[in-house]
Design a protein around this ligand. Structure first.
Ligand SMILES: [Zn+2]
Length: 79
């Protein structure tokens, strides 16, 4: 499992890259309900209304720790 520091850095790298319009939180198919709930895309432009959750997810009950991670959203022509 990755540390909060690792995830914070990963998110920062995506922001600093300048090409992503947001981040997507990816969780394993068999992840706990907390992870499943937070899975999905988060736009930087909508952060005020829909803040990007910090990873590892608080309240995660996965054995061995939360396995959620960030990936960049690159849909430059998206809505
Ligand atoms: Zn979980």
């Amino acid at each position: 499992m990755y540390t909060a520091e690792y995830h914070a850095k990963s998110l920062q790298n995506i922001r600093d890259g300048g090409v992503a319009t947001g981040v997507r939180i990816i969780v394993p198919r068999n992840a706990c309900p907390v992870c499943q709930y937070y899975e999905g895309g988060y736009k930087f432009a909508e952060e005020a209304e829909r803040p990007i959750p910090e990873l590892p997810l608080e309240g995660c009950s996965d054995v061995g720790g939360c396995r959620a991670f960030y990936t960049p959203i690159l849909d430059l022509h998206g809505p």
